[in-house]
Ligand binder design. Structure first.
Ligand code: HEC
Length: 141
């Protein structure tokens, strides 16, 4: 084995370990910051509340974005799945209009309203990091 291929092997092992560790995270692991959720609240009020309501409680047509039923609906999927759903289909009257940053800011607000704790770091709009955060029920992994 050459030094070069050993280095590639090590780098690959590092990526595999990195993905393994990343997948351990859930929405209960302080994955967004309070400042980000505050920005998300402003955006949510402008772009989502008309249908999903200020409370996030939803209506007969627009699904709730808060509460056990919401988390249950997404349980064991990742924030990346939720991100893609919002980015490609919402707002229902103007899909595709949110930027990457706006989408993660709104998700931070949705998490805050679901009682998930804030942390120091912001939720980043990177496919890899979003895929490493599971939407699990409180207290489960
Ligand atoms: C014009 C009304 C309208 C607006 C504005 C709107 N939505 Fe929706 N949303 C809906 C409807 C209706 C559904 C359910 C039907 C569907 O899947 O399209 C839905 C479904 C969803 C879902 C899927 C929920 C689930 O558990 O399956 C998410 C997440 C969501 N919306 C997020 C958002 C966000 C975030 C915004 C603001 C950026 C937003 N929506 C703005 C009408 C709207």
């Amino acid at each position: 084995m050459t030094v070069g291929s050993a280095a590639i092997g090590l780098a690959f092992a590092g990526i595999v370990i990195g993905i393994g560790l990343a997948a351990e995270k859930t929405i209960w692991d302080h994955v967004y910051s309070q400042a980000q959720a505050d920005r998300g609240k402003v955006l949510y009020t402008q772009k989502c509340a008309a249908c999903h309501l200020e409370s996030l409680g939803g209506t007969n047509t627009a699904s709730p974005l808060v509460g056990d039923d919401f988390i249950e609906m997404w349980a064991d999927k990742t924030i990346r799945n939720l991100y893609t759903r919002i980015r490609t289909t919402m707002p229902d009257d103007d899909p595709g209009s949110l930027t990457e940053e706006e989408t993660v800011d709104i998700i931070a607000y949705v998490m805050a309203k679901n009682g998930c704790p804030a942390g120091d770091a912001e939720l980043e709009p990177s496919a890899q990091s979003l895929a490493g955060i599971k939407l699990s029920r409180r207290g489960t992994r």
